[in-house]
Design a protein around this ligand. Structure first.
Ligand SMILES: Nc1ncnc2c1ncn2[C@@H]1O[C@H](COP(=O)(O)OP(=O)(O)OP(=O)(O)O)[C@@H](O)[C@H]1O
Length: 241
């Protein structure tokens, strides 16, 4: 595991699809080694923000920087090669492949066999259940094990910056807890995390800093301890005016 050193900065970004911008002059920063959460109702622009960071949106103005690199004009594969990875929602795995095969697919960018073995060992250390079940077909794992596998697969490249896109979506409460435990564990290992989640209470507990989006703009932002008492957040999530 590497200790993150680079901040991610979205600076005055306007971006979207075709001719219409979805994000308007957005400013979001994720500090190296911290957990930053992105909150907001359906359609607020959370996925569009992630897609912009990954080079999957049309940017009309502004920039995205990762450390000293401007990444907003890079193709997605180059952004990934800088050490930015995404974990998809829920528990997506290749059901007819074994646990080990799923992990190897996640590590396709890792061309060196010795590095791949070392990384597998590190991940099996974090996820011992996956090691026990390394030769089991992923489709026969429990829901919780599958979500561990989908997260571990996304970590095979040993990224410095990890974007979680609604990791608890569709999971039962018990497994949601597991996902948040993994986020904490990763944070302790020094990785930078950007967390998009609807599970607002647990997200605010694990994150250091948060942004609330609405209609493609940042409505409010701050340390999560402060955000917990922010009237805008209460209005958005708990219906308190
Ligand atoms: N491929 C696309 N082409 C055109 N418009 C899109 C596209 N994807 C999303 N949008 C629009 O952009 C706006 C923001 O959507 P986005 O998916 O970023 O929101 P979100 O906050 O991630 O919502 P959710 O929580 O529902 O996933 C919405 O109005 C949506 O219709």
């Amino acid at each position: 595991m590497m200790t993150a050193t680079r901040d991610l900065d979205v600076v005055n970004l306007s971006a979207g699809y075709d001719r219409a911008d979805v994000l308007t002059e957005m400013n979001v920063s994720a500090k190296a080694g911290s957990v930053t959460c992105i909150l907001g109702a359906n359609g607020a622009g959370k996925s569009t923000l992630i897609r912009s960071i990954l080079g999957l949106c049309r940017v009309s103005s502004g920039t995205v920087r990762f450390g000293s690199d401007v990444i907003s004009d890079m193709p997605t594969h180059r952004i990934a090669a800088l050490g930015i990875a995404t974990i998809p929602e829920g528990n997506r795995v290749f059901p007819r492949m074994t646990v080990l095969e799923n992990l190897r697919v996640g590590g396709l960018l890792v061309r060196d066999a010795a590095r791949e073995r070392k990384r597998l060992d590190e991940l099996f250390n974090i996820f011992p259940r996956l090691e026990e079940r390394r030769n089991q077909l992923a489709g026969t794992l429990s829901g919780g094990e599958r979500s561990m596998l989908s997260i571990a697969r996304g970590l095979m490249t040993d990224p410095e910056f990890v974007i979680f896109d609604e990791p608890s979506l569709g999971l039962s409460p018990l497994f949601v807890g597991e996902v948040f435990k993994i986020v904490r564990r990763l944070k302790e290992s020094g990785v930078t995390i950007l967390l998009v989640e609807q599970n607002v209470r647990q997200t605010l507990d694990v994150a250091d800093y948060g942004y609330l989006l609405s209609q493609g703009r940042v409505v409010t932002a701050g340390p999560t301890e402060t955000l917990k008492n922010d009237p805008e957040l209460h209005k958005a999530y708990f219906g308190v005016h």
